[in-house]
Design a protein around this ligand. Sequence first.
Ligand SMILES: Cc1cc2nc3c(=O)[nH]c(=O)nc-3n(C[C@H](O)[C@H](O)[C@H](O)COP(=O)(O)OP(=O)(O)OC[C@H]3O[C@@H](n4cnc5c(N)ncnc54)[C@H](O)[C@@H]3O)c2cc1C
Length: 401
Amino acid sequence: MDLRFTDEEVAFRNEVRSFIRENVPDDVTAALRDGRHVSKDGMVRWTRILNAKGWSVPHWPVEHGGTGWKPIEQYIFQDEMQQAPAPQMLPFGHNMVAPVIYTFGNDTQKAKYLPRIANLDDWWCQGFSEPGAGSDLASLTTRAVRDGDHYVVNGQKTWTTLGQHADWIFCLVRTDPDAPKKQMGISFLLIDMTTPGVTVRPIQTIDGGHEVNEVFFDDVRVPVENLVGEENKGWDYAKFLLGHERVGIARVGGSKERIRRLKEIARLEFAGQTPVWENRRFREKVAAVEVELKALEMTQLRVVSAEAKRGHDGKPDPASSILKIKGSELQQATTELLMEAIGPYALPYEPEREDGRNEPPVGPDYAASLAPAYFNYRKVSIYGGSNEIQKSIIAKAILGL
Ligand SMILES: Cc1cc2nc3c(=O)[nH]c(=O)nc-3n(C[C@H](O)[C@H](O)[C@H](O)COP(=O)(O)OP(=O)(O)OC[C@H]3O[C@@H](n4cnc5c(N)ncnc54)[C@H](O)[C@@H]3O)c2cc1C
């Protein structure tokens, strides 16, 4: 296996880097660099810039707008996006529901939804988890009962990321409660968020932000044409989707960018009379994280290289579970080191308040967002399948235990 980049791949990286850095809006990069949330408007503007260039959905099949790039080119593109830093495309449309629609949907659904996803004309959210169904997703109880040419949906979803902005939600619903196995009675339904009976309630997270929601369905009438694929086959489509969710989850480029920022800040901050960066113990901790990050990057390249050899078969490599675990641990480690670098300025933070009456930050401006970002990143070892669940996948699929 040869992990070196060819001359063509280096040239491709330079082209991608120049385009991204010249075109990502300044306010969007600034938000990412400071660890703040990118606004809906910022996400829409950036997606449309990429879509105009033909790069918003590079991993889709060419007939639906994909670029036809090889896996290594897809990898380089993601790496450059994360390092710029530029926002990743909204995953719920681009990486989750779209592959399900172009693989299992009918022609009408493909024509109706895919171009609008590519341009972020529709904001999608993911309605899988419920209060009693997270890791054990197949226990979900949201019901869809057929009534003529509609399904009537009742139930509740939770942890719905950015559902407050959403035009559409893709949901797993139970259509056959008497199926012999709970996985067999589930269907995949697309629901317009403006349908009467849909209610979105915010969940405030520990960083003070509003990123996740509860979504309630009370007698929501959904046209039968919004069913994707076959009734009661939704579990197969969900497994396919969750494989796509893990693509790029290691966020190596994002961690590299955070380490760069960490070094900048550690040179500006003082512990006593000396800059934090002069502290040998601190530098050792940063080096240890960088070494692990390099190892993760090599593992990621091995996964990409193996996929390039066998051809993309649509199935996730079980090694992507290793990327998820290690990637999330390193994302958390980098946010912890940032907190250490700014020391006491990390403590008195006032979360973003919706009434705008925030206390001014104590200490330098860049310190204000670091504590919320630290708290926010506790989530990365939970979503997309918790790290404990990923360890079970490794035990079964890789180690054969
Ligand atoms: C910030 C955030 C955003 C999210 N966004 C979305 C979204 O947009 N849409 C959506 O549908 N869901 C979303 N989720 C939900 C996410 O997928 C679930 O939180 C996750 O699958 C875990 O489920 P749970 O929260 O019910 O925890 P549980 O399943 O109750 O797990 C609790 C703990 O027990 C452990 N555990 C559970 N089962 C096992 C087992 N068999 N072996 C070992 N350990 C186990 C888990 O690892 C965890 O530590 C989001 C979650 C977070 C935190």
